[in-house]
Design a protein around this ligand. Structure first.
Ligand SMILES: [Zn+2]
Length: 208
């Protein structure tokens, strides 16, 4: 099962990916993590990516596609993969499709964990983190339930920042969702429910 994972920051796609990884042993290919690893290891693509990152520029699509293509040669992807963080635009999706078809590994689904932006704003702005152990709780936790540490709100969980991130996501990803719908690959799941219920729906909708 070859899957592209879509969803706004805070929609809970990380939670759903973790469940799929655990149950089906599909590798979770996060392009952000891969970029950081390639830079750290100093691979040829990593060096190329680093030159853009050092200059404060976005890493070009062909470099990221190179990384993904390289990663898909790994034996662990034979059963399938979950691609997270890429593509982010429909142009990238077209380029990815071309590479995947060269590899003979076309996508089976673009899985969208769909949550209303206002629900996400609520979720993220009520999130609190433990200063001591990093536990993530909510505004209802006066102290950390795990270690008793002090809870605080991360800077990027304030409302203005959250709304900005959601706007950026909306602008770049809305056309991508249309693209996958047009390819008949879009599987949209209502993510505003208990994570276990969402997961049951994910499996059913993917025919797993
Ligand atoms: Zn704690």
């Amino acid at each position: 099962m070859n899957i592209v994972l879509l969803g706004a920051p805070g929609a809970g796609k990380g939670t759903q990916a973790a469940k799929l990884v655990e149950e089906y042993e599909l590798p979770h290919i996060s392009t952000g993590d891969m970029l950081r690893a390639a830079v750290k290891e100093g691979t040829p693509l990593g060096k190329k990516a680093k030159s853009f990152m050092d200059a404060g520029d976005l890493v070009p699509d062909d470099v990221i596609i190179g990384l993904v293509t390289e990663r898909l040669q790994g034996k662990d992807t034979e059963k399938g993969f979950i691609l997270d963080g890429f593509p982010r635009t429909s142009a990238q999706a077209v380029a990815l499709d071309a590479e995947l078809s060269k590899l003979g590994r076309p996508l089976d689904a673009a899985l969208l964990i769909d949550v209303d932006p206002e629900v996400i704003v609520n979720r993220l702005t009520s999130r609190r983190m433990c200063k001591e152990c990093g536990y993530i709780g909510t505004i209802a936790d006066e102290t950390c339930p795990k270690c008793g540490g002090e809870m605080y709100q991360r800077d990027d969980d304030n409302e203005a920042t959250v709304r900005n991130r959601l706007d950026v996501y909306e602008k770049s990803t809305a056309p991508l969702i249309d693209y996958y719908r047009g390819c008949d690959l879009l599987v949209a799941i209502d993510g505003d429910r208990d994570p276990a219920v969402v997961y049951a729906d994910v499996k059913k909708s993917l025919g797993l």
